[in-house]
Ligand binder design. Sequence first.
Ligand code: XMP
Length: 476
Amino acid sequence: MRIRDQHALTFDDVLLVPRRSPVRSRRDVDTSTDLVRGIRMAIPIISANMDTVTESEMAITMARLGGLGVIHRFMTIERQVAEVLRVKRAENLVVEDPYRIAPTATVAEARRLMDEWGSGGLLVMDAEDNLLGILTTRDILFEDDETRPVAELMTPRERLVTAPPGTSLEEARKILHRAKVEKLPLVDENGRVHGLITAKDIVKRRQYPQATKDEKGRLRVGAAIGVKRGERERAEALIRAGADILVLDIAHGHSDNALDMLKWLRDTYGEDVRIMAGNVATAEGVRDLAEAGADAVKVGVGPGSICITRIVTGFGVPQLSAVIECSEAAREYGVPIVADGGIRTSGDLTKALAAGAQSVMIGSLFAGTRESPGRIVQRQGRRYKVTRGMASLGATMSRQDSAEIDIEQVVPEGVEAMVPYRGSVVDIVRQLVGGLRSGLSYAGAYTIPELQANAEFVPITLAGMQESKPHDVEVL
Ligand code: XMP
């Protein structure tokens, strides 16, 4: 047995000491950061792979804002793949493989596909990829005969505006504007479809200039995997679907199980996949994962709002100290650190980054938003959404293989809880990033690396923390 001679600290134990600042406007600072080795993002925020936080809607919004969403893994492989595809198809420069339907398909079939894909327009194409027409929701809105073939209802090829393959986005914008249409199929001289440019994609590019995108202009997305049997198959399917980052996520990431999976991923896919691995809370944990091939390491054992790991097992390291120790080790390997769990405010975000993390992962703070999965519940006139630890009893029971679960054997390491409904995640992210920008200016820093270089933490007492919050007033 040994005992460390220093107390470990967390966010509320410290404040950052203000410094003389050359920053004249919060607009001048740069919040961009490393997401994983080789991929950057405009804001240092990732939504957590929890089933009450991130599915495609959250992931699309986070990527548009310049962060990232990680699709959770507590669903079938097929469903997780579909969620990844939704994100990858949400925006494109050119849609290479547009949603299509055969001319002989029925109205009922068209409705089903539009619903399944969440698309309001399908290209009607024959088996040789020839364009025959376009079918939109408007064409079938009032059609009562569900058995009619779509060929009878589509706008036929001769009435469509098309352009040749290789048309630039600027040219496409002009054509769409002139013709007052929303879809521009790219068709060669033989009538074959090579892609599709949509008005929506062009507008989105202007609306979200900071979005986290791949080289084809598609939003980036992460997808979580575990270490149990079947997870190799999951990894394979997610890579094929185009997930940008696999997040190998288990509660005790510094374990042989996690290291074996990581090595298998590296041996199998080489440098073609980007892998974020965790969770750990020590320098040794970071070193082992980095040496096994992690492109980013997630730090946090027990700081999460819904975590009871520390209570149930007695293990964990207060998050600020864990991030400091882990990021020092990670620097030797050039591997970014993600501070995962316990972020409640923009002050916590700034402290986590100042401590050495390149980004933070956020769960429950985002669980109460419109973009998170699950319904709004009413209680005593107030609106809430549910959040739950992925090792809570409820989450464990609703897993695929719950038939095999013996309830007596379940030892939950998370709780289920309610969080106030807070509208769109866009507003929360805006507040967080606004607070971070102010924080950078207090540190005399224009960038996150400068914040880290300039950071000086001062430990505070409970009285100091009380003084930091509104006190001796009735907050309205
Ligand atoms: P916040 O504080 O943002 O934390 O809600 C989110 C992170 O908490 C972790 N997590 C858990 N930890 N038991 C735990 O000990 C659980 O059941 C559990 N579920 C999630 C996870 O790292 C997440 O990103």
